[in-house]
Design a binder for this molecule. Sequence first.
Ligand SMILES: [Zn+2]
Ligand SMILES: [Zn+2]
Length: 275
Amino acid sequence: MLTDYHVHLRPDEDGTHASEYFTAANVDRYRSAAAEHGIGELGVSEHVYRFVQTLEVWDHPFWQASAQDDIDAYCEFVRGQEGLKLGIEADFVVGREHRMANLLEARDWDYVVGSVHFLRDVAVDMRGEWDIWRSADPDKVWARYFETLGEAARSGMFDILAHPDLVKVWGKGAPAPEGDLRRFYELALDGIAESDVAIEVSTAGLRKPVGEIYPAPEFLDMCIEIGRPVALSSDAHVPEQLGYEYERAVEWLAERGIAELAVFEGRERRLEPIG
Ligand SMILES: [Zn+2]
Ligand SMILES: [Zn+2]
């Protein structure tokens, strides 16, 4: 059983409208791609900041510019599509946890994917105005990123911890710490150990400048050792990215002795054998 849960029906670019992408025809394209790649469990997880209701959680200018859709219309649309699980990609924003938790708890997801994109008001994975790398000490950013990731896990708000070492996204295109990176992963580990969260293995990193699966194998091994299960996703933003490089991911998982994946329904988790 292969899964793809961290999936977006619409691209991130400006000027797109939900009405063009939240359609049965578009879902069909994703369903066909899933069938092609042998993905038995398909779900979508739109960015929470695309929805107007999120402005009650945080009024960051980027969120203000992005929030256009109605979250309940999205839920209703996805619930009307056969064989499609309902998820959401929700940001962990320090100081806004309770407001975000209220927004999430009011709706009946199959799963919630939790992401750390922002550290205070700058992001680790955005170019332009909100780029943390315009002026930052890599050791400080990595430390703060992994501390925040641990807090996200500990918050209990999320079923899946998305792209767990997203901070590496730019590869050589951003400053990075020297030496053994496990000293940073350690900072997230207590929070992850105290949580019941599944760790996302994401092939999206292979499409990004870093050219690696998220998370680094050393980090995943640490999470496995403390008993965390794995959730597999592509973070596709178009049907062509669904199940992206899964052959490679499945081989990579087998090398690490991982034989089961987390499967979700109504925020309940079970494990299914990969194959
Ligand atoms: Zn993300
Ligand atoms: Zn995503």
